[in-house]
Ligand binder design. Structure first.
Ligand SMILES: Nc1ncnc2c1ncn2[C@@H]1O[C@H](COP(=O)(O)OP(=O)(O)OP(=O)(O)O)[C@@H](O)[C@H]1O
Ligand SMILES: [Mg+2]
Length: 279
């Protein structure tokens, strides 16, 4: 069974308004790294909260590790299994000192002191912030604050973390730090990562991309498969990575180049091979 399974999920915020999620089916495997793309307002954040059990489907069902998110008796266990990191780093930190902030959740869960210490140390190490344990949270950079927010979630030993545009408010350095942290969590610790982003270069890092439009999933595949569908993405106001766009434009100008090239070095090889073929 998949780690998260959404079956025929529908959701509205109010019965008078249109449905925000419309009959959505999605399976997320344990240990996978999935990016969710979609135009503004298409329902990504709503879906993220549904997947973590923060919202309950209006229709249909969501299972997290086999537990139904509609079952209130399980909501605590579901929250522990699937944590969320949000967009604004300043809204997520609750304590003025880094290690106290990371300790907040395990303290609330009532773990013994030594266990809290162990979890805080391990979480800070994972996000490479050990040296900042005693620092004031308000003095950190945006990227460092987000890493502390991630550590706070890690301290609950989650199996999955959903990042809702966690890099959107960061500078390029901060964005790189967070993407590196996501990759490490996924590849080295085996945490299931679901990331919502408007940055195509970040989506390329995932193993799978799910594209949403108006509350539905309209495409699902590897980054190479998804970014080969340039016209389909443009039709729902989405871009492709710059490198992919460059080759697409050349293709439009009549050059026969392959689709779904995602990295600059691969583009260089493709262009090299093309020029070689012309000689
Ligand atoms: N708390 C709420 N109450 C009522 N309607 C809401 C609420 N949150 C979101 N909506 C509406 O639901 C729809 C989907 O919103 P959602 O935030 O899930 O989209 P999104 O894809 O995350 O957008 P963005 O890219 O701007 O973050 C939008 O029409 C939005 O206005
Ligand atoms: Mg959103």
């Amino acid at each position: 069974m998949s780690f998260i399974e959404a079956r025929g999920v529908e959701f509205y915020y109010s019965p008078e308004e249109d449905k925000v999620i419309k009959g959505l089916d999605l399976k997320i495997e344990k240990g996978s790294y999935v990016a969710i793309l979609g135009h503004n307002g298409c329902g990504k954040s709503t879906l993220a909260k549904l997947l973590c059990g923060i919202y309950e489907p209006t229709e249909g069902q969501i299972l997290v590790d086999g537990m139904d998110t509609a079952n209130e008796n399980l909501s605590f266990d579901i929250r522990k299994k699937c944590g969320m990191v949000f967009q604004n780093p300043d809204n997520q930190l609750v304590a003025s000192i880094v290690e106290e902030d990371v300790a907040f959740a395990p303290e609330n869960l009532g773990y013994p002191r030594e266990e809290i210490r162990r979890r805080v140390d391990e979480a800070l190490k994972t996000v490479d912030m050990t040296d900042y344990a005693k620092h004031a949270t308000h003095k950190l950079s945006g990227g460092q604050k987000q890493r502390i927010a991630i550590a706070g979630v890690l301290a609950m030993s989650p199996e999955c973390i959903v990042f809702d545009e966690a890099t959107a408010m960061l500078d390029p350095t901060g964005r790189k730090e967070i993407v590196a942290a996501m990759k490490r969590l996924n590849k080295e610790i085996g945490i299931t990562v679901v990331t919502i982003t408007h940055y195509m270069n970040e989506a390329v890092e995932a193993d799978r991309i799910v594209v949403m439009n108006e509350g539905e999933i309209i495409a699902d595949g590897t980054p190479k498969e998804i970014f080969s569908k340039v016209e389909e993405l443009k039709a729902v106001s989405l871009a492709v990575p710059q490198v992919t766009e460059l080759l697409y434009q050349l293709e439009q100008d009549g050059f026969e180049l392959p689709r779904g090239v995602l990295h600059a070095m691969d583009a260089a090889d493709v262009i090299d091979a093309f020029i070689g073929g012309q000689k």
